[in-house]
Write a new protein. Sequence first.
Length: 247
Amino acid sequence: HHPLPSTPSADAMADHGLHELQSLVKQGANPQHMATWESLKPDGQYYSIQGPVANGSEHLATKKEWHRHMSHMKTSAMLVNQLLSVFDVEPYCKLCDNHNGIQGFESHCGARMHCDVVYEQVRGCQAAGAGIREFLWQEWHVIAGSIRYNHLDGELHIRRHRLELRRGPWRPCDLTVAGQWVPINYPAVVKTSNLGDKRDWPHMGGRKYWPKHMKRAACCLGHVLSCNAIDPYSARCSICPGNLTDE
């Protein structure tokens, strides 16, 4: 990984994908958190945004020492929450099955119950002579890149991918190659993690989340239909064929 640049790099500023990035974030995203994403080179490499809060194994001597160090993990966990919030993604803990998002990620990672789960896993691996740090990385993906956080020491990395322009063509007759599907926009969401349930998908958290994430894609579809002389308000959904579009 590499140190995070303090200002946007020349590559980032010249990258036309930066405009795509800005079009994909949620409305009202915090400018400071957005600026962190914008500052990254779109090279797919991880950059360090927060170093480990504990080094070595001195914090594993006793549970009391462990809890003392783990209280500082909230800073890194809060950054995870803030950076993912730019894309309206809520992080969940991969280690604790009972983390349902009601308790914020930073509060959860600083809580005694989570600390005990991590501590027992670490001690168990130590007894078996196995390495634990690599296992305790947790990664989240968004359309523009990824974030990874280490549950052992709080280290945090971030990376950004290059986004190509996807602005049409809107009509089949404008395509340069026949018989091929051409992406004209970006997906509303991507699979953020590998928890194995609906928490992997940001728009599946409840009814209020679906329209927040899917509205941009639906608006793009409406534009395509209109450009091809199809009334989007009379179009029917193939999943819900009995319902006309209501927006």
